[in-house]
Design a protein around this ligand. Sequence first.
Ligand code: ARG
Length: 463
Amino acid sequence: MTQKTWGGRFSQAPSQIAQEFNASLRFDRRLALVDIEGSLAHAAMLGQQGILSPEEAEQIRQGLLAVRQEILEGRFPWREELEDVHMNLEARLTELVGPVGGKLHTARSRNDQVATDLRLWLRQELDGALEDLKALRRVLLAQAERYLEPPLILPGYTHLQRAMPLLLSHWFMAYYEMLSRDAGRLKDARARLNESPLGAAALAGTGFPIDREATAQALGFARPMRNSLDAVGSRDFVLEALAALTIGQVNLSRLAEEIVLYTTLEFGFATLPDAFSTGSSIMPQKKNADHAELIRAKAGRVLGSFVTLATLSKGLPLAYNKDLQEDKEPLFDAMDTYRASLRLLAAMLPGLVWHPEAMRQAAASGFALATELADYLAERGLPFREAHHVVGRLVRYCLEERKELHQLSLAELQSFHPLFAEDALALTHLESAIHRRRSYGGTAPEAVREAIKTAKAELEGEA
Ligand code: ARG
């Protein structure tokens, strides 16, 4: 038999072209192991409920285990003409155990079956992604610690204009915080999807005396889903995961972009490890940040997956529609992309070689310390707006005289405002600017040390 048939209703075999168009085996093979897990739970429950005899349930169990073995050993005879993973596994089961294999599908439909499979698969992958993410967060934390003592200083930017000096550790911790929220979103998605659609059958439930609590429990779900129509017709759990993955990838793209920038000759703050850069086929001097660029680009790709699923879900009538077969490829692709990006960054970041002198020089020039002087005047009673204005004029003077702030004499400072005294001169030094920013969440070494300590405890305390 090479053709799949749907039994008595059909007198004509499907056309080859229609069959190929309809098939999902090419990508849903990826669900094979979770599909078997679901079938094992279902068969055991059918046996317990007396819907199948104990012998039948056992025969099916043995058959499913044999099928699983074939898959694990890569010798499962996949047949494209059988449309999808579910039909393939059931057909093979029946080949192995005989007609009793056909009883597995009692009180079940592919609609609740595929919804169950996808939840199981996604739950497992979210756990994997959370592990990958944790590994990267650990790396960020380790880098933050590594560059705290002696502290590496770089300019912080707003509008990509030098704004104020920062500790490199503080910069690393900013990404740690962003990625920790990403983890929170993945966990939320996982918690909400962990309910069992199994037993919803085609859309309305079943007349067989099934035990949905039992299958839910066997599969590690928190509970059976409460509404059969919703159970088979909803994919908002995939959408939610894709939203979380999109935000995660967008955050990674920002880190990637800063790596691209900082490793240019123009910035010169860091050098990529050879193992994580590429050359040019024509320009011998080039060392390109291809991998970081790809991570930056892939944010578009993951968002594309979200948009694909949101678009196909919009206006879709209940319950199952074949449109829902199109949920898998975007999900698989987004998950693979995100996890690969996490692993790449975790491997690359520790190998970045930072250049303290170049970073320091950039942080000390370009008037990144002008705010210090404005704060100084404000602390001595001048309204901040006025102080801002005074220092603005000072900066213009420096530009005209081609001087940096730290090259100004006390007399020069005082010619702009009499409140300037000897101690103002010290403010134009990097360290003092950094050390003054002790406010909670600020860039002073003691504040950053505190942040690292908190993060470490949090990370190790996570399940
Ligand atoms: N291959 C299908 C999918 O991925 C399985 C469910 C098919 N259900 C149906 N009623 N045709 O969505």
